[in-house]
Design a protein around this ligand. Structure first.
Ligand SMILES: Nc1ncnc2c1ncn2[C@@H]1O[C@H](COP(=O)(O)OP(=O)(O)O)[C@@H](O)[C@H]1O
Ligand SMILES: [Mg+2]
Length: 266
């Protein structure tokens, strides 16, 4: 049995939490059919932050929606802790680029939403929401309305809303893509602090190679559509990582070159 060190977590081979096996996805509409994933196989380890990068339109969001159980695969399987994924479930939480919050609800009520649906008593809902609002630094904004918040704050509500249900896996689709560069950097640092406090697995889609290197235990580089795995890059460096260091810059350059080769118009 081989052991690698994945950022202070000891990874033991065979410890994978999610198995994606021979996944195919073809979208069929009246006139066309588009194959987005073809024979896609990947194992994801418990507690890792794994980023997915790839050319625009290659199938990243499709892959995440399949893992979320929001759409069915054409063929192939996804199993999470031994259970085949056949629809959405409380073991997975999702964070969207456009936040997808409930604008008419307060911050607290947004975070409590999933617990309301699950029928968790009010006292417990309140206590858990408080805890996660504190983790994302929004304890003083619990009663604010969504429209009163900045983009970065909205996304912190989105993260708290996903985490509060304590899902084993959090799925993030370009969560910081709508934010300005400075807020984005603050959110990345904030996410690393949050991760210190949990053992949740994060599957993180980004079009920023810089962000992927800054955050990830592993980066999966996808080919152009139909997406398959071009390379998996393991990043053993401790965090926080120095974006200006020679090894960071060299890795960024290499991954960008790989992506460039896939970036043909299709
Ligand atoms: N519901 C759908 N019906 C038909 N085609 C779709 C649908 N969703 C996505 N696609 C197509 O699938 C391809 C991959 O989309 P997507 O997974 O969103 O890529 P990415 O997130 O990597 O940019 C694109 O060509 C897109 O137009
Ligand atoms: Mg997408």
């Amino acid at each position: 049995m081989s052991e690698d060190n994945v950022n202070n977590k000891t990874y033991v081979e065979g410890d994978e939490q999610i198995h994606i096996r021979n996944l195919h996805k073809t979208y069929v509409t009246d006139e066309t059919s588009v194959t987005v994933l073809e024979d896609f196989t990947l194992d994801i380890r418990k507690g890792e932050l794994i980023s997915i990068v790839g050319p625009s339109g290659c199938g990243k969001t499709t892959l995440l929606r399949l893992i979320a159980g929001l759409i069915p695969p054409t063929s192939g399987t996804i199993t999470i802790e031994g259970r085949e994924c056949e629809g959405p479930g409380s073991d997975r939480g999702m964070v969207f680029q456009d936040f997808a919050l409930f604008p008419w609800r307060t911050v607290r009520k947004n975070v409590e939403f999933g617990m309301e649906v699950a029928g968790i008593p009010k006292e417990e809902r309140r206590a858990r929401a408080e805890r996660y609002l504190e983790i994302v630094g929004l304890q003083d904004f619990a009663d604010s309305r969504i429209h009163e918040l900045s983009g970065g704050m909205k996304q912190r509500v989105g993260i708290a809303r996903a985490m509060v249900n304590n899902p084993a896996v959090i799925l993030m689709d370009e969560p910081f893509g709508a934010l300005d560069a400075q807020t984005r950097n603050l959110m990345q640092a904030g996410l690393l602090r949050i991760l210190d406090k949990t053992d949740q697995t994060i599957i993180f889609i980004t079009h920023s190679v810089d962000e992927a290197i800054f955050l990830s235990d592993r980066i999966v580089i996808l080919t152009k559509r139909p997406a398959s795995i071009k390379e998996i890059v393991e990043i053993p460096w401790p965090r926080p990582r120095d974006r200006a260091s020679p090894e960071f810059t060299a890795l960024r350059k290499r991954i960008l070159e790989e992506l460039e080769k896939e970036n043909v118009l299709q």
